[in-house]
Design a protein around this ligand. Structure first.
Ligand SMILES: NC(=O)c1ccc[n+]([C@@H]2O[C@H](COP(=O)([O-])OP(=O)(O)OC[C@H]3O[C@@H](n4cnc5c(N)ncnc54)[C@H](O)[C@@H]3O)[C@@H](O)[C@H]2O)c1
Length: 252
């Protein structure tokens, strides 16, 4: 199960050295996929590609700004020139900002939506055209627990709103394309053990942990595992769905 031999998987935001995207990319590579490391961080792209190749995996690096239509088109063109197909798109690239609504500027709000929602839209639209023609595709989006209940520890209300928008967008799109072999699902991680978690002062970290029934943050691998399932051939009858990955801190 969950074999990806011969499949082509794009993971946006996978150039972050300690981020979730890199673990997602490595997980697909371990399962035999050719993985596209797509990020605006050029050094990060090169490092992740090198790491995957050194482990015997297949990886292609693409420096992309997902908020630019031209850049996203160039990414898809490069992938098609190299591989001729796109089986999976993981919309992982995202940004956050810790700011209250009172202090938030319209520019802050626009910046967050520009990446988390509009960039996701551009990547999805460009890849789904290829997937439709193939009559096969899997799209998995990184939303967040804060898109369901608000109150992200590290993000503001604009971040929560953008992640909620991702869920509604996915549900609507799933109805448009599911009859053509393309599914679109989301994952909603709670707090994950990334750099941002490590930067928290001990008392703040303890407060967060107190709200997690499992008593610990999640690991990037635990997010990647759920994504691997949703992106697999085996998940063929699941679309417009959301998987919570939060150690029991939110259930619905
Ligand atoms: N870390 C968590 O606890 C957590 C929890 C819930 C959801 N998430 C979501 O998971 C995803 C990954 O989070 P992370 O913590 O690994 O983040 P991260 O900051 O480590 O990585 C995000 C990557 O996205 C890239 N990126 C940002 N804007 C881009 C753009 N315009 N074009 C291309 N690439 C761009 C960055 O260069 C970076 O490499 C995000 O969508 C985030 O909102 C994270």
């Amino acid at each position: 199960m969950f074999e990806f031999d011969g499949q082509v998987v794009i993971v946006t935001g996978s150039g972050s050295p300690k981020g979730i995207g890199k673990t997602i990319a490595k997980t697909f590579a371990h399962q035999g996929a050719a993985v596209v490391i797509a990020d605006m961080n050029e050094a990060g792209v090169e490092a992740t590609v090198k790491e995957i190749q050194e482990e015997g995996g297949k990886a292609l690096g693409v420096v992309v700004n997902i908020t630019s239509e031209e850049s996203v088109k160039a990414m898809v063109d490069k992938v098609m020139d190299n591989y001729g197909r796109i089986d999976v798109l993981v919309n992982n690239a995202g940004i956050s900002q810790k700011v209250t609504v009172e202090d938030m500027t319209l520019a802050d709000m626009r910046r967050i939506f520009e990446v988390n929602m509009f960039g996701l839209f551009l990547c999805t639209q460009a890849c789904m055209k290829v997937m439709r023609a193939q009559k096969y595709g899997r799209i998995v989006n990184l939303s967040s627990v804060s898109g369901k209940r608000g109150g992200g520890v590290f993000g503001g209300a604009h971040y929560s709103a953008s992640k909620a928008a991702v869920l509604a967008f996915s549900k609507n799109l799933s109805r448009e394309i599911c009859a053509e072999g393309v599914t679109i699902n989301s994952v909603c991680p709670g707090l994950i053990n990334t750099e941002i978690w490590k930067s928290l002062p001990a008392d703040a970290a303890q407060k967060v942990i107190d709200g997690i029934p499992m008593g610990r943050p999640g690991e990037t691998q635990e997010v990647a595992n759920a994504i691997l399932f949703l992106a697999s051939k085996e998940a063929s009858y699941i679309t417009g769905e959301e998987i919570d990955i939060n150690g029991g801190s939110h259930m619905d």
